[in-house]
Design a protein around this ligand. Structure first.
Ligand code: BAL
Ligand code: ZN
Length: 892
């Protein structure tokens, strides 16, 4: 496979000033007529237009059919030599949307036409310079049978519609903004929609619309509300106003990703549009709000200013994830008291960090490790990663931390002033931020900070604390190191260099009171101080501290690093009870729980009896009984760290022992603190009308967690409560919460009864049947034989990515007992499924392939069959480029 390097970037030698596309839509043979106004920028340059799985019908230059010896066409591209400096090129080609199971390019889902072009799908629609730095003005004409495809949508504004002969009709669309082709979209078919008019701050009216399958329209209102909230938020927080007259969201059941930010015509996975209390959970509601926001925010960060090349993907994705995180936090905090709002923000931060640690930290330590701006790739689809997105967002957040919110906002404004309408690089973004940083902090710059963009791996920061009783000072030393693993160096570049790490710290006295912090030489005192570590090792001295303090480290997770400090259990318990920073307070509990679970994992692996320490039970009891903590936050504190995060702390991973130990902790907590969990259940009921707002959602989260913990401990009466809640639930969060606990911890017969009932109730709603598959895929009783049986269920299909993710991905990624069971049957199942998916949809197959990323870290008995399965996939004839890249890197 060909490796593409960031250093090899060259500007495209032609300008494509305008693109006029005409589609004659037909499921088996759609004709695409493309008319490109070209300007050649480099003398004698050959025009190379990407094209895949296209049938070339004709080529004309300035109205004349091009002779066959003037061009070549192969499976990748159309090449034309000798074009004049200015010309109009007309290309007619055909494609087959109905057999397109890749869901890239133009495809049919449920009888309707959809497109997905990012990153390189436009080349499956027509021959074109399929790269983000070629920006053009688009007009689009869609023609199709009016009865079959009454709705015809594309980017921008509708110019007109008219009926044609033979029962066909056409619609003409114009996008007033230049854009790269990855933002092109069309939708055609039968849809219902909801709409409203919103007014921008400058007084323009915008038509907001959400399209979905007829009959689903009532379920799109939350998405429509979220869209309006996104619009208002971007104006209020960043002064960014929508630039179109019309903004559309369309839901489809078959979609590779969550959603796509096509200009003015966002296409969404239906899972992130459709909701009502009966069938969507609190988590579904918050995902909808976040993803509607994310795609909307791309209109500025991604569409108005886009990426020069795909190595710059984090330019738009890291920034837009950061923006959606801030949006969600602001929405959660809205209309709450100051205290509740602070807690809601902490919960959001915790959730984002949990995701980062579970998905990105392992990636950054494994065979796919790459900097947020990768240096090379074989298949760009493989780089829509947690690193580019979530670590990318952390790198943006650190810039906000260093510049301050006002400075960051000014930097963003400067970025748009410099680059509106352009395709730019991550360096351009940092340069805009730096201009504000330097103006506000003379003598400082972001030179060291820029290394975050080119170094992979999670840095470790070791903390040393020295108290001098006589001098009443505390010296804090921070030392950073980055493991070599995953390093990507430019030729001639030295090993990893120190990074610029903003490190927020607080100190507590031995009774848990926050100490006012004053750095030597400063007169200001504060609860939290931001230390800026820019070299390998630095020291800071805090004055006027009488007794040895307990440090509160990396408050609010101020940098994506791993902190190393030798806390005693007593210090962690003190932080858990008293830290004024809600994030580090939670972190202290997670550290205590991690230690406990890892100790028990070792006991389990060695065949020693398991016993939970009393001090740990006491710490959890104190959290359960602490009256000042709100429910959502309390649930986050009580929840045990996830297995993927824990596995990263083990030298050799024994996933089954880890799962047993973790479940043991949960069960013992349930058994030993039964009365407290029951009180949490009783005190957190949410009668009355359903609302997904953070306060009631937090109560449900805590109540359902408590109930499941009682059941994990096999506490008498818990199962009856779960069955009663399942039957009487007034919303999906409660119904699914009860069902999940029954499946995970209940008697098999009770679980089966509820599962059967659930299927019958929701047989006709695919999004709920996905939940039904996912629950069983992750169930403790589900082994390979059971998952195979589920894969044979008539409702299962690999062709629908949501369904494949619900069953196959969930089993391989989130069922350690079943997947890693001795003998390697799980790995053989994985290999079969990767290959079956690869024949349909390489993008999705490559994601499943990543389930084996960390194979070298497992115990030897698992490593051998894992390696065998990887090799079996790698040697499969006709393997896609996407899967080849993943398995080859894993085996390197
Ligand atoms: N641009 C791909 C989908 C997303 O990140 O919004
Ligand atoms: Zn995005």
């Amino acid at each position: 496979p060909v490796t593409i390097s960031r250093q090899d970037y060259r500007p495209y030698p032609f300008e494509i000033e305008s693109v006029d596309l005409q589609f004659d839509l037909d499921p088996t043979r759609s004709l695409v007529h493309s008319r490109l106004a070209l300007q050649r920028l480099t003398p004698d340059a050959e025009l190379v237009l990407d094209g895949e799985e296209l049938e070339l019908v004709s080529v004309k230059v300035d109205g004349e059919v091009l002779a066959a010896d003037r061009y070549t066409v192969d499976a990748q591209a159309l090449r034309i030599k000798g074009l004049p400096e200015h010309c109009v090129l007309e290309i007619t080609s055909a494609c087959n949307p109905s057999t397109n199971s890749t869901l890239m390019g133009l495809y049919v889902s449920n009888g309707n036409f959809f497109t997905q072009c990012e990153a390189e799908g436009f080349r499956r629609i027509t021959f074109f310079a399929d790269r983000p730095d070629v920006m053009s003005r688009y007009t689009v004409t869609l023609r199709g049978n009016k009865a079959a495809y009454p709705v015809l949508l594309s980017n921008g504004n509708l110019l007109g519609e008219r009926d044609l002969e033979d029962g066909r009709h056409e619609a003409r669309w114009e996008d007033p903004f230049r854009k790269p082709c990855y933002l092109f979209a069309l939708v055609a078919g039968k849809f219902a929609h909801v709409e409203r008019t919103a007014r921008t701050s400058s007084g323009r009216n915008i038509l907001l619309q959400v399209y979905s399958d007829p009959g689903s329209e009532d379920k799109t209102l939350y998405a429509l509300d979220s869209l309006e909230r996104s619009m208002i938020w971007d104006e209020t927080r960043y002064g960014l106003e929508l630039d179109l007259d019309r903004f559309m969201i369309v839901a489809t059941r078959d979609f590779n990703m969550g959603a796509m930010e096509n200009k003015g015509l966002n296409i969404f996975n239906a899972a992130y549009v459709l909701a009502d209390p009966d069938f969507a959970t609190d988590a579904n509601y918050s995902d909808i709000e976040a993803i509607v926001g994310h795609e909307y925010f791309h209109n500025w960060t991604g569409n108005r200013v886009t990426c020069r090349d795909w190595f710059q993907l984090s330019l738009k994705e890291g920034l837009t994830v950061f923006r959606d995180q801030e949006f969600s936090a602001d929405m959660m905090a809205a209309s709450l008291s100051a205290e509740e709002a602070a807690s809601a923000r902490a919960v959001k931060r915790i959730d984002d960090v949990v995701t980062l640690r579970a998905a990105q930290f392992p990636e950054d330590a494994g065979p796919m490790a790459h900097p947020i701006r990768p240096e090379s790739y074989q298949e760009i689809g493989n780089f829509y990663t947690a690193t580019v997105y979530e670590k990318g967002a952390e790198v943006i957040r650190m810039q906000q931390t260093l510049l301050g919110v006002d400075g960051f906002n000014a930097g963003l404004k400067e970025y748009f002033r410099r680059h509106d309408g352009q395709a730019v690089t991550c360096d351009d973004f940092v340069a805009a931020m730096e201009s504000v940083y330097q103006a506000r902090h003379p003598g400082k710059d972001l030179t060291v900070f820029r290394r975050w963009y080119r170094q992979a791996g999670t840095p470790r920061v070791t903390v040393t604390l020295r108290h001098d009783a006589a001098a009443r000072t505390v010296t804090v030393e921070l030392a950073q190191r980055s493991d070599k693993v995953g390093v990507e160096r430019l030729p001639g570049e030295p090993d990893k260099q120190p990074l610029h790490i903003p490190f927020a710290i607080g100190l507590l006295d031995q009774t848990g009171r926050a100490l006012p912090l004053r750095l030597a030489g400063s007169t200001d005192a504060a609860d939290t101080v931001l230390l800026e570590l820019t070299t390998e090792r630095q020291q800071w001295v805090f004055e006027d501290i009488a007794d040895a303090p307990v440090p509160s480290l990396l408050r609010d997770f101020s940098a994506p690093v791993i902190v190393e400090y030798d806390f005693s259990d007593a210090e962690l318990a003190l932080l858990l009870a008293h830290d004024t920073n809600a994030f580090t307070r939670w972190e202290a509990g997670q550290e205590l729980a991690s230690r406990e679970i890892l100790r028990l994992t070792a006991d389990q692996a060695a065949g020693r009896p398991l016993s939970l320490s009393a001090s740990f039970v006491n710490a959890w009891a104190a959290v359960l009984r602490e009256p000042t903590l709100d429910a959502a936050y309390r649930e986050r504190v009580l929840a045990l760290p996830g297995e993927k995060t824990l596995a990263e702390r083990m030298t050799e991973v024994d996933p089954v022992a880890l799962a047993v130990a973790r479940d043991f902790v949960r069960a013992e907590l349930g058994r030993q603190l039964a009365a407290d969990w029951q009180a949490a259940v009783d005190n957190n009921q949410t009668p009355g009308e359903y609302s997904p707002d953070p306060i009631p959602a937090g109560r449900r989260a805590l109540k359902n967690f408590a109930l499941a913990t009682l059941q994990a401990g096999q506490v008498a009466g818990a199962e009856a409560q779960l069955e009663a809640q399942y039957a009487a639930a007034q919303n999906m969060t409660d119904r699914l919460g009860a069902l999940a606990a029954l499946v995970q911890f209940g008697e098999a017969a009770a679980a089966d009864r509820a599962l059967q009932d659930f299927y019958q109730r929701w047989e006709h709603e695919p999004l709920v049947i996905d939940k039904w598959f996912a629950l069983q895929a992750t169930g403790r009783r589900t082994d390979v034989a059971a998952v195979r049986k589920l894969a044979d269920h008539p409702a299962f299909t690999l062709r629908n990515p949501n369904r494949a993710r619900a069953l196959i991905f969930q089993f391989c990624l989130n069922n350690p007992r079943g997947f890693h069971a001795a003998g390697g049957a799980g790995y053989r199942f994985w290999a079969e499924q990767v290959l079956a998916l690869d024949a349909l949809n390489p993008d999705v197959a490559a994601r499943l392939a990543r389930a084996m990323d960390r194979w070298v870290r497992f115990v030897p008995a698992l490593r051998a069959p894992m390696r065998q399965a990887l090799e079996q996939v790698r040697k499969h004839p006709g393997l896609s480029r996407a899967v080849t890249e993943i398995v080859s890197k894993a085996l390197e």
